[in-house]
Design a protein around this ligand. Structure first.
Ligand code: PMP
Length: 397
């Protein structure tokens, strides 16, 4: 018999979520996650993936994944520190370091894992972490797990960062102080002010940590937001994922040899969770090779981003202040946002609504993620559907 207390808890809370319209029904794809997807047999133009460069179903990556499976097997067989480190893991880390312009790198099984491991590996209850208020959930959880004092900094507000850094230093309470931020903020598409951050970090000797999940493959000709500003020697942690532009799965930190050596003995997901699969490692390496040798996909991504933004703006939509291909269409009211997204799907365009608590109340949006795999024809179709639904719901004239 299962626990009565557990069942009561689950039933009550699930019902409450459903009553409030907050229960998320998960869509299931019939096949790969590309520029077009199929759900329950319906083909849709996909504007909701993080597959920025179209690599998730790229034949070149698939070939390398298959080859690696033949050579190394389907699983690494152990955690990295026992005997789950295969040659392919070392090669991947070497490649990441070269691509990011750092001495070394360490790979994790996911970006989320990486933040949960890397932050508590260096920060503890004697320390403080200054954290941008819009940082990703994995950063928030990693900070909490570290036991350090977490001080929220207003979004991208360098004056607030300076004031709080000064206060933390002058309090004399903390051994180390870190500033942590997303490199590209995924809900608005704005880019962290890395030069401003470096200036303040140097003034107050802050440890700097940039989570570039949405910047890797997108900014800096693919090498990320930090490299975009040419400041790879000034940022302590360049964290990234292998699951978005790289198209596979995994996470990493790139930094100095000392930092990476430390993470390999202290980051708990590295120590206690089985390594990335050989197939994933090989596919990631192929993606990095492609990005190193050509900017074709990167350039197409940006071209598509510009085209979509201009089209939506010309139709009269509020697309916010994105500096990257991420294109939010801000509609405001939560119910309207959800209805809008549903109507888009009915018309053949899959673009998810994002509402409170993921974004502040009253700033609901349908978020569009154009990729290198989209064609102009697909984007024209998306714009035509937006025009139809926008007029129907009185969002545009
Ligand atoms: N950091 C940020 C900023 C993210 O957007 C995400 C993914 N949603 C992650 C970390 C987690 O990465 P992953 O999906 O590879 O676990």
């Amino acid at each position: 018999m299962t626990s009565q207390r557990l069942n009561t808890f689950l039933e009550k809370n699930l019902q409450e979520l459903k009553d409030k319209g907050l229960y998320n029904e998960i869509d299931v794809l019939d096949g790969p996650n590309g520029a077009k997807i199929s759900i329950d047999g319906h083909e849709l133009i996909n504007m909701s993936s993080n597959n920025y460069l179209g690599f998730a179903n790229d034949p070149r990556l698939k070939e390398k994944a298959n080859e690696a499976t033949d050579i190394y097997g389907v699983g690494a067989g152990a955690v990295r520190t026992i005997n789950g480190t295969q040659a392919i893991h070392k090669e991947l880390e070497q490649k990441i370091a070269e691509f990011k312009g750092t001495e070394a790198a360490v790979a994790f099984q996911s970006g989320f894992n990486c933040n949960m491991g890397a932050i508590p590996a260096v920060m503890n209850k004697n320390d403080a972490i200054l954290s941008d208020e819009l940082n990703h959930a994995s950063i928030i959880d990693g900070c909490r797990l570290s036991g350090a004092k977490v001080i929220r900094v207003k979004h991208q507000d360098m004056d607030d960062l300076r004031a709080k850094a000064k206060e933390a230093v002058e309090s004399g309470q903390y051994e180390k102080i870190m500033y942590i931020t997303d490199g590209v903020f995924s809900m608005d598409g704005d880019v962290a002010n890395i030069p401003g951050i470096v200036e303040i970090a140097e003034e107050f000797d802050l440890i700097t940590y940039v989570d570039d999940a949405h910047g890797s493959g997108v900014m800096g000709k693919g090498a990320g937001t930090v490299k975009h500003f040419g400041l790879q020697d000034k940022i302590d942690f360049q964290m990234g994922t292998l699951s978005k532009a790289v198209g596979v799965v995994g996470g990493y930190v790139a930094g100095t040899q000392n930092l990476i050596d430390w993470l390999k003995v202290r980051a708990r997901p590295f120590l206690f969770s089985t390594s990335l699969t050989p197939a994933a490692s090989a596919a990631c390496m192929e993606a990095i090779d492609i990005m190193t040798n050509s900017t074709e996909e990167h350039d197409k991504l940006w071209e598509n981003g510009r085209y979509l933004k201009e089209g939506l703006k010309n139709l009269g939509f509020d697309i916010g202040n994105s500096e990257t291909p991420i294109t939010p269409c801000i509609l405001g009211e939560e119910k309207l946002t959800q209805t809008f997204s549903k109507r888009l799907t009915e018309e053949g365009v899959y673009a998810k609504s994002i509402v409170f608590p993921t974004v502040p109340r009253g700033t609901g949006r349908v978020r569009n993620m154009p990729t290198a795999a989209h064609t102009k024809e697909m984007l024209d179709e998306v714009l035509a559907v937006y025009e139809k639904v926008g007029k129907e719901l009185n969002v545009i004239k």
